[in-house]
Design a protein around this ligand. Structure first.
Ligand code: UFG
Length: 332
């Protein structure tokens, strides 16, 4: 029996596939390559170019492969774009998952690990954030992730499907071998944008706001290494296979770093001065997002390995040095 990874050519999906294969699992990857990269897919995974919104394609996959559980990353994930093109997010994230769940129910596939987000909370009620805290998304991306969680919950009651929703905080870093790493087109995330300076692709970085109520005025985020996230997906799948009930878990380090602290860490790791300029706040950015992941540690037995920001940044730097154009030419 195989594990089906939807969106397995994307950033977190591709790292999860590497961990699954290292753990000796049989892996099928499906991705429409809208934002994912064929070159990011582990050579030992069976790859299908499939769009989850296409019921025929998904049905054919479940009929061809014997699937024991699904890990679902396939989604659009840019917060800013979700505000200017919300229907794209309803279509890809919500309708796509609707079709997927219909096909899973029809084929008796009853376990799914879903890639959710800290964006489901919106402006936090307290720090660190608990899974039981209020969910009131401030952007359409978070809204669609929360809607999928609810859709899975109702489907679970009606059809016995079981799910784990993993609410990630800020994913970062790269595979320790630097075989795969973080690449988005266009890039909007802080850490890969900072690396474009030592890579010679931009002259400086912009800090979006320095008047937040934080220790240095810049936003605080909880940065969690992508390999640690990947391990959590495997634990969540095993939890469901062991009969675990449907649930929601935060995944973060529990430690917050400001934008200025992240830039300073990249300066230390790379030895590059990295000029930074203060720019206006970016709309919809909460001042602080820090997770309590105590529940994932207790229930899933999750033990993140990368606690240190410098170590996380060092893995990302190895990837960016060896792949200055991301998957670039490799993907042609
Ligand atoms: N930032 C800058 N300059 C930049 C880019 C980002 O100062 O050029 C700041 C942002 O304002 C934010 C922090 O760096 O304060 C981190 O920004 P990212 O865009 O890297 O990440 P976000 O915290 O906005 O987003 C992450 C995930 C989303 C998820 C969100 C939850 O990438 O998928 O957390 O709120 F929805």
């Amino acid at each position: 029996m195989a594990v089906l990874v939807l969106g397995g050519a994307g950033y977190i999906g591709s790292h999860t596939v590497y961990e699954l294969i290292d753990a000796g699992r049989d892996v099928v990857v499906a991705d429409n390559l809208m934002t994912g990269f064929r070159a990011a897919v582990h050579p030992k995974a069976r790859f299908y170019q499939v769009d989850i919104r296409n019921r025929g394609e998904i049905d054919a996959l479940f009929e061809k492969e014997s699937i024991e559980g699904v890990i679902h990353f396939a989604a659009s994930s840019q917060v800013g774009e979700s505000m200017t093109d919300p229907l794209k997010y309803y279509d890809n994230n919500l309708s796509g998952t609707l079709v997927l769940l219909q096909s899973m129910v029809a084929h008796g596939v009853d376990k799914i690990v879903f890639s959710s987000s800290a964006a489901t909370y919106g402006e936090p009620e307290q720090i660190p954030i608990l899974e039981s805290d209020r969910t009131q998304p401030t952007n359409c991306y978070g809204e669609t992730k929360l809607a999928v969680e609810r859709m899975m919950s109702w489907t679970s009651e009606a059809h016995g499907l079981r799910y784990v929703a993993l609410r990630y905080f800020n994913a970062c870093g790269a595979h320790p071998t630097a075989a795969i790493g973080e690449a988005h087109e266009p890039e909007t995330h802080l850490i890969p944008l900072i690396f474009q300076v030592p890579a010679g692709r931009r002259g400086k970085v912009y800090i979006f706001g320095d008047d937040y109520p934080t220790r240095d005025g810049t936003c605080v985020r909880d940065y969690i290494h992508v390999t640690d996230l990947a391990q959590a997906h495997i634990l969540a799948l095993d939890y469901l296979m062991g009969g675990g009930r449907s649930d929601v878990f935060n995944l973060g380090n529990g430690v917050g770093f400001t934008v200025k602290e992240v830039i300073e860490t990249v300066r230390t790791v790379t030895g590059c001065p990295i000029p930074a300029e203060i720019a206006p706040r970016r709309g919809g950015d909460p001042a602080q997002l820090v997770a309590s992941s105590e529940k994932a540690r207790r229930v899933l037995g999750w033990k993140p390995q990368y606690a240190d920001m410098k170590a996380i940044i060092a893995t990302a730097w190895e990837w960016h040095k060896s792949h200055p154009d991301g998957f670039g030419a490799q993907n042609q």
